[in-house]
Write a protein that binds this ligand. Structure first.
Ligand code: FAD
Ligand code: NAD
Length: 479
């Protein structure tokens, strides 16, 4: 906290997504003078176009799936037909109403966040920020020299948190109507008849699953041999089986070379010469950081070849007065990581207590149906470290979990990793309905280095899915 006669520490933040928002709140909390420059809306892409809309759409898809699955539990919905025989009603999704709901929710959340910043004393300026050396930011009406500069602020600390944008292929340019990025999906007036999703990373897999459940025919073009290449192989296997069970066409080892408009929709050409005709195409081929034209290199900031800002575990760049947070850095592109980096950056800059960010302990979730939640070490990282330390793992399939059987969600498992010598829990994978709500006990165990016996000695409710976590921990007890 600044004393009455001390000049306040001045912080300028460029970008108001989770990274910039959290940095601004932390700065205000520690008594600094904070200005946040945002060109679109507070909350950033996370709130306005990416996390909030996609997870709300998935909530609708999940509700539709639950209605379909309820028959397995004996729930029957029917109306008497003309001949007196029961007729099963169809489930229809009003996508225009769904999109209206989720965009309104995203907008309202952005306004709430703006109010929180203003209440905390942060000055929020709408505009395009760019660095002018290591201690100043110029604010303009538009990017790339096409706008008018209307302010210049000097700062002791600058936080760059400008996020990223969808990667576009020259041969498959999004047009906002039929060839779409994930930001353009929410203008669709109705559920696409046939959607091709190019890219089977987390973004592609989540949308392919959601639109299939909402009623689209879906073809998933995956350049790899399995969907979700970055995830645990067993977990990705469960999801791929589920996709096939839902009637999705998964084209593995297929790279899209071009996507063009036809009279009635789109034509997707694959590297091996095959083609797919559909009504719409979603391009989910990754992101690029929004770091071009920001004056970073001129200020001496070191970037990777892909244009990401290099930061250390306290989110500091190689220039002492400049920090960076979120998707524009070389850390994991997750909202939770962006927030943690934003807060850590400010705590470090203002000399408060900081814990360096350990990416190994980040909990993440893929919002497919079932979901995949992960934390800590995984099979790939353990294989790389196998000559240094030996790990053990145990998997409990949900088909043996009483609660999973009762509620009819048995596709999935709980997998636990521990060091063989000490029994310390080092990671876990949960594949289950709402796995995102089940991973936290494992995240606590990993963060606080609990042993499998400590996890096993905690009470899990009977019957519960978390019982599979204590069962896996018990199975790893060392004699
Ligand atoms: C479809 C999708 C779903 C996702 N779902 C999840 C999820 O469920 N959970 C999760 O943790 N993560 C998820 N992510 C990742 C998450 O969206 C990002 O990690 C998060 O948005 C990163 O936050 P950020 O602060 O770095 O950037 P952003 O949220 O992108 O915000 C950056 C802000 O900076 C502004 N900006 C850029 N340049 C300038 C400039 N020069 N001047 C002023 N302002 C500028 C932009 O307008 C933007 O508002 C998802 C991503 C996608 C694509
Ligand atoms: N639930 C969540 O938390 C969530 C959701 C979405 C995104 N994210 C974050 O965003 C990150 C990026 O995910 P993403 O899926 O957007 O990008 P990604 O880069 O992980 O995946 C893109 C995929 O597209 C494939 N691809 C590229 N060109 C192709 C082509 N021409 N034809 C076919 N396939 C092609 C790539 O091989 C890759 O597998 C994730 O790692 C995650 O951190 C998180």
């Amino acid at each position: 906290m600044a004393k009455a006669n001390e000049r306040k520490h001045r912080i300028a933040i460029v970008g108001g997504g989770p990274g910039g928002y959290e940095a601004a709140l932390a700065g205000a909390q520690l008594g600094a003078e904070v200005i946040l420059i945002e060109r679109a809306g507070v909350g950033g892409a996370a709130v306005l176009t990416d996390v909030v809309p996609s997870k709300s759409l998935i909530a609708t898809a999940s509700a539709a799936q639950s209605v379909r699955d309820s028959g397995r539990l004996g729930v029957q919905a029917f109306v008497p037909g003309g001949d007196g025989k029961p007729v099963r009603p169809e489930i229809a999704v009003n996508l225009a109403a769904v999109n209206k709901r989720l965009l309104a929710m995203a907008g309202a959340q952005s306004v709430d966040m703006l109010r929180s910043l203003e209440d905390a004393g942060v000055r929020v300026v709408q505009g395009e920020g760019r660095l002018d050396g290591p201690n100043a930011v110029v604010i303009s009406t538009a990017a790339g020299g096409g706008g008018t500069d209307f302010d210049r602020v000097e700062a002791d600390t600058i936080v760059v948190s400008v996020g990223s944008s969808p990667r576009e292929l020259d041969s498959a340019k999004p047009d906002g109507e039929r060839i779409l990025t994930w930001k353009q999906l929410y203008d669709l007036p109705s559920v696409p008849e046939h959607l091709v999703v190019v890219g089977s990373g987390v973004t592609g897999a989540e949308f392919a699953n959601a639109y299939r459940t909402l009623g689209s025919e879906v073809t998933l073009v995956s350049s790899r041999d399995q969907v979700l290449p970055g995830e645990d192989r067993d977990a990705a296997g469960v999801i791929e089986r589920e996709f096939t069970r839902l009637g999705m066409q998964v084209m593995s080892k297929s790279r899209a070379t071009s996507v063009s408009r036809t009279e009635s929709g789109v034509l997707v050409e694959l590297e091996d010469g095959r083609t797919i005709e559909a009504t719409h195409c979603l391009m989910a081929v990754g992101s690029i950081p929004n770091t071009a034209g920001l004056g970073l290199a001129e200020a001496g900031v070191s970037l990777t070849d892909s244009g990401h800002i290099r930061v250390n575990k306290v989110a500091r760049t190689n220039v002492p007065s400049i920090y960076a947070a979120g998707d524009c850095t070389d850390f994991f592109p997750l909202a939770s990581v962006a927030s943690m980096q934003g807060r850590t950056a400010i705590m470090h800059a203002l000399g408060d207590f900081v814990r360096p960010i350990d990416l190994r302990n980040v909990a993440a979730n893929v919002f497919t149906y079932p979901e995949i939640a992960t934390v800590g070490w995984n099979e790939n990282s353990l294989a790389e470290a196998s000559d240094v330390a030996k790990a053990v793992s145990h998997t409990i399939p949900l088909s043996v979990n009483p609660r999973a059987k009762m509620i009819g969600f048995t596709d999935g498992f709980v997998k636990l990793f521990a060091w063989q010598a000490s029994g310390t829990v080092i990671g876990g994978v949960v594949v289950a309905h709402r796995a995102s709500e089940l991973i936290f006990p494992l995240a606590l165990a990993v963060e606080h280095r609990l042993t499998v016996d400590q996890v096993a000695s905690a009470f899990a409710v009977y019957p519960s899915m978390t019982g599979a976590i204590t069962d896996a921990a018990r199975a790893l007890h060392q004699h």
